[in-house]
Design a protein around this ligand. Structure first.
Ligand code: CMC
Length: 427
């Protein structure tokens, strides 16, 4: 079977044969299709990238119809069950699981880069107590760029990796300090004796105890949530990281841009929006009226629907199970009953069935975060911390891809044709 596509341009009667590779045609092959020599050539128009692959990637495989998610070939369910977040971060970045020596070295370098410059602490103090922690995260990442002037040398693999380590290591520190600042609590410095998530929990919640005792169930739950959030191929924030990084900006500002994208309620901010929605619904008996209002276009059922998943999000399945372990320690989140009933009603309702709207990763994660003591504003930050490893893997892959260039979409100009400037007195 020839792997080509024949296109006949009915404007000119000419036919063109275009190659197909990986089920894809190259949009630039369309440029040869012209009505005359002065014609720019045919372009494809694809607002919101509904059907356009922007890159080749070997990091994450996602089959939205089948509800499959794999990192470097490993099913997300196996990683959530058996791996750790730091091991997964290594896998995403390097393509293979580490052996024992590699993992020990990786954990050591992350652990020894968790401290941040004292100046950043002072910068934190400039924020109001109620500043959203995502806004602060965006700013801190950009601020870190000013500390590491060599981070711009993105083409030098060793330097690149140094900054990758720094970012993954420092994300929990800056997130925890943003949280402490909101509460007016003194900042807790990283503790190198603790693991990645244990250290994060200590920096968040330690008060006067000389050694914070991390609850192993909560530490593991956070680690699993971090694994589930580590990468999700070419979503809005990853595309932002790749887009900004394609200008060879340093990784700190590329990740500041990615975090800014993640902040939005249609993306990583959805977990926060779900909790606010569940609170607003208030009780199980209000659910039918709420569902009706959504169907009439009055807002969305937050935590439902996905651009790619047209099936149950496999991450949501793992999180739903994880919630039971967490609630055994923290006590049951009373909003869980509303969420469960909401899911049950939505999944049997024609409106949601027809549109293939299922719970996504954000539907249940917020319930766990809230039970663990996080305020809703921190939820997107908890998404951003592990996603940093995915963003950095994707950013690095983009830099090494010889087919990639500075990201620069085309447009269809719909404005006025040329006209002469009119001096203000004559307008
Ligand atoms: N509640 C009600 N209706 C919905 C929802 C929803 N959550 N999501 C989509 N629809 C409807 C939408 O109105 C449209 O209906 P119609 O065909 O009658 O116009 C249809 O379903 C198709 O939706 P779409 O807006 O074309 O889908 P999209 O791919 O552009 O949007 C989405 C995907 C995730 C932005 C959207 O489903 C949404 O806003 N969901 C709620 C926010 C959310 O939970 N976001 C987290 C996504 S997962 C984590 C992440 O990526 O960060």
């Amino acid at each position: 079977m020839p792997e080509t596509l024949t296109i006949t341009d009915n404007r000119t009667g000419k036919s063109y044969e275009i190659s197909i590779a990986d089920g894809t045609i190259r949009a630039s092959d369309l440029r040869q299709i012209k009505v005359d020599a002065n014609d720019f050539g045919l372009m494809s128009y694809d607002p919101a990238f509904m059907n356009t692959a922007s890159c080749k990637s070997s990091i994450t495989y996602l089959d939205g119809d089948a509800g499959i998610l794999r990192y470097r070939g490993y099913p997300i369910e196996q990683l959530a069950e058996q791996s750790t977040y730091l091991e997964v971060a290594y896998l995403l970045l390097h393509g293979e699981l580490p052996n024992q020596t590699e993992l020990a070295a990786w954990q050591h370098s992350i652990t020894t880069h968790t401290f941040v410059h004292e100046f950043l602490k002072r910068a934190l103090e400039g924020y109001r107590y109620d500043a959203h922690p995502m806004g602060r995260l965006v700013a801190f990442l950009a601020t870190l760029s000013t500390f590491y002037t060599d981070a711009k040398r993105v083409r030098e693999p060793e330097i690149r990796m140094q900054h990758v380590v720094r970012i993954i290591a420092k994300m929990p520190t800056i997130a925890a300090w943003a949280f402490r600042h909101s509460l007016g609590r003194p900042y807790v410095y990283p503790n190198n004796d603790l693991g990645y998530c244990g250290n994060f929990l200590a920096m968040l919640f330690q008060i006067a105890e000389p050694k914070y005792k991390v609850n192993p169930v909560l530490e593991r739950a956070l680690d699993v949530l971090f694994i589930l959030h580590a990468d999700h191929e070419q979503n809005c924030s990853t595309s932002a990281a790749r887009g900004v990084g394609s200008a060879e900006s340093d990784p700190y500002v590329a990740l500041a841009a990615a975090s800014a994208a993640l902040y939005g309620p249609l993306h990583g901010g959805a977990n926060e929006a779900v909790l606010r929605m569940l609170k607003k619904i208030g009780s199980v008996k209000e659910i039918p009226a709420f569902i009706e209002s959504v169907k009439h276009g009055d807002g969305k059922l937050m935590g439902f629907g996905h651009r790619v998943y047209k099936n149950y999000d496999p991450r949501a399945k793992v999180i739903k199970k994880l919630a039971d372990d967490v609630f055994e320690v923290t006590g049951r989140n009373p909003l869980l009953d509303i969420a469960l009933e909401l899911e049950k009603i939505a999944l049997s309702d024609e409106y949601f069935i027809k549109r293939k709207l299922y719970p996504n990763v954000d539907f249940y994660s917020g319930l766990i975060y809230q039970a663990m003591g996080f305020p809703v504003e921190m939820f997107p930050v908890l998404f951003a911390i592990p996603r940093a490893s995915g963003w950095l893997s994707q950013w690095s892959e983009m830099l090494d891809d010889p087919e990639q260039k500075i990201s620069r979409p085309r447009q269809i100009y719909t404005g006025t044709d040329v006209r002469n400037y009119v001096p203000i007195a004559k307008r």
